[in-house]
Design a protein around this ligand. Structure first.
Ligand SMILES: NC(=O)c1ccc[n+]([C@@H]2O[C@H](COP(=O)([O-])OP(=O)(O)OC[C@H]3O[C@@H](n4cnc5c(N)ncnc54)[C@H](O)[C@@H]3O)[C@@H](O)[C@H]2O)c1
Length: 371
């Protein structure tokens, strides 16, 4: 599916550390004004009479107040990162020591006892840890993923971890199913397989998705279509399949779509316009379907994570500390999120604890999108 291996990806990610080019000088006739927000004519000033205040405003020539202008707010065209080949993706391991039996009081409405949840992209990364959250909260889970073997290993890992942390408890059913979420046929086939094994589906988390970095001018069209196919079509197709099943059963249910803060802000320095647009689509898809399916008792919400330290991002950042510095310098809480930071968010939005929450976008981003 993806062409380049991790080594190539890391080599490319290393280009992020290339020295930043000086802000480009845009040719402009001397004496012209760039003042857009006033109807009163801007007084002509020749270059020699410009003062420091002018230089720092839209009246100044680009670059006039120094090479730092816009430096931390721009994308860099030389950054290219392609999603690695399947065999080069690091494995995800279950979160240890946070689940298990406890005697702390908590709201019963957070429990997913007796429910069945599907998690697309659940073989690894954020989908995997969210699947663990749902299992820990009482649900049976069907992991849906393109990577059949990884899905099976992950399902077994969740069962083993549950058994170790909950000795003597009823063991949840966790299954793995192959699916390419961008294909309607594959979605329907996996849904049929899940219904055969679990008998019903109550909840869906759509985490299958990926990002790549190319400047917009060079973005290969087939890769852009693939990106939207998985991130947008895949989210839509699985949501429709589950909603159809819930409507046929005349049963309420809930869906959580994994968007990204990139659906609301533009990341820097890596260029990724199609991904950002795809995640904005996911966020608004959740709001639109929440309205369309409200009368059927189906809630649809979105979680928009910020920079999360998955096995893949950790590997890239370990090799590229400069990139880590650039990213964390823009996060108000000063650090990236851990995948398990999504466990509470997804459990809340899937469970009855959020019965009156639908069409919402829950940002889990360390306040990145507040800046
Ligand atoms: N990691 C982050 O920092 C971050 C931040 C914001 C949003 N997100 C979003 O979270 C979601 C999960 O990201 P992740 O970091 O866990 O990625 P990941 O690569 O670790 O996991 C994604 C999973 O989706 C599966 N997948 C890919 N294409 C598929 C397809 N066509 N059909 C079925 N499964 C497919 C992969 O096999 C993989 O198991 C994505 O939608 C991503 O855009 C991630």
């Amino acid at each position: 599916m993806f062409r380049l291996n991790l080594a190539r990806q890391l080599a490319r990610a290393a280009t992020l550390q290339a020295p930043r080019a000086a802000a480009p000088k845009i040719a402009q006739p001397v004496g012209t004004s760039m003042r857009f927000f006033s109807s009163s004519p801007y007084p002509f000033k020749d270059h020699s009479s410009r003062d420091d205040v002018d230089a720092a405003t839209t009246a100044g020539q680009p670059g006039e107040s120094g090479d730092h202008e816009g430096q931390y707010a721009r994308t860099q065209d030389n950054i290219r990162v392609e999603y690695p080949e399947e065999e080069d993706l690091p494995r995800s391991v279950p979160v240890q020591g946070r689940g298990g039996v406890h005697d702390k009081r908590t709201l019963a409405s957070f429990s997913l006892e007796g429910r069945v949840a599907v998690v697309t992209g659940g073989a690894r990364g954020l989908g995997f840890v969210m699947a663990q959250a749902l299992v820990t909260s009482g649900a049976d889970v069907a992991i849906v993923d393109m990577n059949r073997d990884e899905g099976q290993l992950s399902a077994q890992g969740l069962i083993d971890t549950f058994k170790a942390e909950n000795p003597g408890s009823k063991v949840p059913k966790v299954t793995a199913h192959f699916c390419d979420v961008s294909s309607p046929t594959s979605v329907n086939q996996s849904m049929a397989e899940i219904l055969k094994e679990h008998g019903k589906v109550d909840h869906l988390v759509t985490s299958a998705g990926f990002t790549e970095n190319y400047d917009a001018i060079s973005y290969p069209h087939d890769r852009m279509q693939k990106l939207w196919g998985v991130n947008v079509d895949g989210t839509y197709l699985y949501a429709v399949a589950v909603a159809k099943h819930l409507m046929e059963r005349q049963s309420p249910g809930s869906i959580v779509m994994i968007g990204s803060m990139s659906g609301s802000i533009v990341n820097v320095p890596q260029p990724q316009a199609p991904y950002n647009a795809a995640k904005a689509a996911v966020r608004h898809l959740a709001a639109s379907l929440a309205v369309e399916w409200a009368s059927a008792g189906i809630r649809v919400n979105c979680i928009s994570p910020g920079y999360m330290l998955t096995a893949l991002t950790k590997k890239i950042l370990d090799d590229n500390p400069e990139l880590q510095k650039q990213w964390t310098s823009l996060i108000p809480v000063g650090k990236m999120g851990r995948p398990e930071d999504l466990m509470g968010a997804v459990t809340f939005l899937i469970s009855d604890a959020s019965l009156y929450v639908t069409g919402a976008d829950l940002r889990v981003d360390g306040a990145y999108t507040c800046t």
